[in-house]
Design a protein around this ligand. Structure first.
Ligand SMILES: [Ca+2]
Ligand SMILES: [Ca+2]
Ligand SMILES: [Ca+2]
Length: 448
């Protein structure tokens, strides 16, 4: 068969991996080359309007019977019309491909298809990635396992996103022949090739395969913490969540690896991006009722040996009030004391503000965000720190407020204490909360 040959430079350009060795894409754990997927990285919005759910396109046929399946090689022997772009337009004329190799191809008419097959010899995770080349065609990707007993190609995975989007699927393959179809749902292009790339992973996390929204791990309405890893640079881990009512959703991706760096991208049910969130950062977004997808991926580097932790939970009411239970401190000062200006917490430089948050009816608010603000006298320094409430509404927020000036004094039995009286405020969603304290004794020093 004839595959129209495309120089590596043109190919790299067409899928956005300038100067990159595609084999390294799957095998290197610390590559820094550009990622082949074009992702728009918009910061997570604070609030999202309801969207209409469109009808998704029908999935490809589940099973395809084959007329002659004596052996895999016999497929190539089935006659088909050779043409400029290759003859692999049906399962019977599928072209054998090797993993970790970029396969360029063309579809010359809407509704057309290209077929490939590969022999997987041991149990491995098989990943297939399709870049469509241009944005005005909608090609889809499907994976079939050959059932030799029934001479049937059984569909085991697919990826069918909209026009201009890459397709990605994975499958935990047992030994056998696997067929991959690239089909045109809309349009065709004989100038810019699509590019198919497959790779095998021998280690992967327990939620695989979950590489696209169609195979996302469905977490329903419950909060969850998921520990997974990125096992190759193409690996994506998708999770589906559902909200029964408008909710504040808290997202966090913890990653301690110094070799791999990951990103969360949030999608609505129509696969419209709602924004992204960097690793090791707190994100909160208010979403209308509906289903959403959380995608974790590696823009440029991954580390298979260090799992990441994805935490998702929901704040079900607005915080209206906080009650402070304790403020702990360094510099040997502590206590809820009276220096002559009423009882206040006495604090040094590094403090931890502990308490509980409640809604307007007095019910504790779990998974909320509480902001603590303090203004010190030295340089009128304002310190603002965000913290999260746990599932029962408790918070513990460390902050470094720095030194005090010592504008006030208190003569004790053995020494005189110098301190400032400084304001402390609590906020949530940029609104000040009712609180049982509004000022602190900021301890400076004492003189005997
Ligand atoms: Ca598509
Ligand atoms: Ca994974
Ligand atoms: Ca995955």
């Amino acid at each position: 068969m004839k595959l129209k040959f495309v120089g590596m430079a043109a190919l790299a350009l067409s899928i956005g991996m300038a100067g990159m060795n595609p084999g390294a894409m799957a095998q290197s754990s610390s590559g820094t080359a550009a990622f082949p997927k074009n992702q728009t990285l918009q910061p997570l919005a604070a609030q999202v309007q309801p969207a209409t759910v469109h009808n998704s396109k029908s999935a490809p046929a589940q099973h395809i019977p084959l007329s002659d399946v004596a052996s895999a090689r016999s497929f190539a022997a089935v006659t088909a019309t050779d043409n400029t772009y290759g003859s692999n337009t049906s399962p019977g004329t599928a072209e054998e491909i090797s993993t970790d190799t970029t396969i360029p191809g063309y579809i010359d008419q809407q509704g057309g298809a290209r077929w490939y097959y590969t022999n997987v010899t041991s149990s491995l995770k098989l990943t297939a990635f399709l870049s469509t080349g241009t944005s005005n065609v909608d090609y889809d990707l499907a994976l079939y396992r050959l059932n030799t007993a029934t001479s049937t190609l059984e569909q085991v995975s697919y990826s069918s996103k909209g026009a201009g989007q890459y397709e990605l699927l994975s499958y935990l393959a047992t030994p056998g022949y696997y067929f991959i179809s690239v089909t045109s749902y809309q349009g065709s292009d004989t100038t810019n090739p699509f590019v198919l790339f497959t790779t095998l992973s021998d280690s992967y996390d327990q939620n695989e395969p979950d590489d696209n929204p169609f195979f996302a791990k469905d977490r329903g309405t419950a909060p969850f913490i998921s520990q997974q890893n990125i096992d190759n640079l193409l690996d994506e881990d998708w999770t589906k969540i559902t909200l029964n009512a408008q909710s504040k959703v808290n997202l966090r991706l913890n990653n301690t690896s110094s070799n791999g760096s990951y990103v969360i991208q949030l999608w609505d049910a129509n696969l419209q991006s709602l924004g992204s969130l960097a690793q090791n950062a707190d994100g909160q977004i208010t979403l209308p009722a509906g289903s959403y997808y959380i995608q974790v991926y590696a823009p440029s580097t991954f580390d298979i040996t260090t799992p990441y932790t994805l935490s998702v939970n929901y704040q079900n009411a607005a915080i209206a009030r906080v009650a402070v239970s304790e403020i702990t401190s360094d510099r040997g000062v502590q206590g809820f004391i009276d220096y002559g200006y009423g009882k206040k917490w006495r604090v040094g430089y590094n403090i931890t503000v502990k308490g509980r948050a409640f809604d307007a009816t007095g019910v504790p608010v779990g998974n909320g965000i509480v902001t603590v603000g303090v203004q010190t006298r030295v340089g009128n320094n304002t310190v603002v720190v965000n913290g999260n409430t746990d599932s029962l509404g408790y918070f513990s927020i460390p902050m470094n407020i720095g030194p005090a000036a010592g504008q006030y004094s208190y003569r004790g039995p053995v020494s005189t204490h110098y301190f400032d009286i400084i304001p402390i405020v609590f906020l949530s969603n940029n609104k000040q909360l009712n609180a049982d304290i509004n000022s602190l004794y900021h301890y400076a020093y004492s003189i005997n």
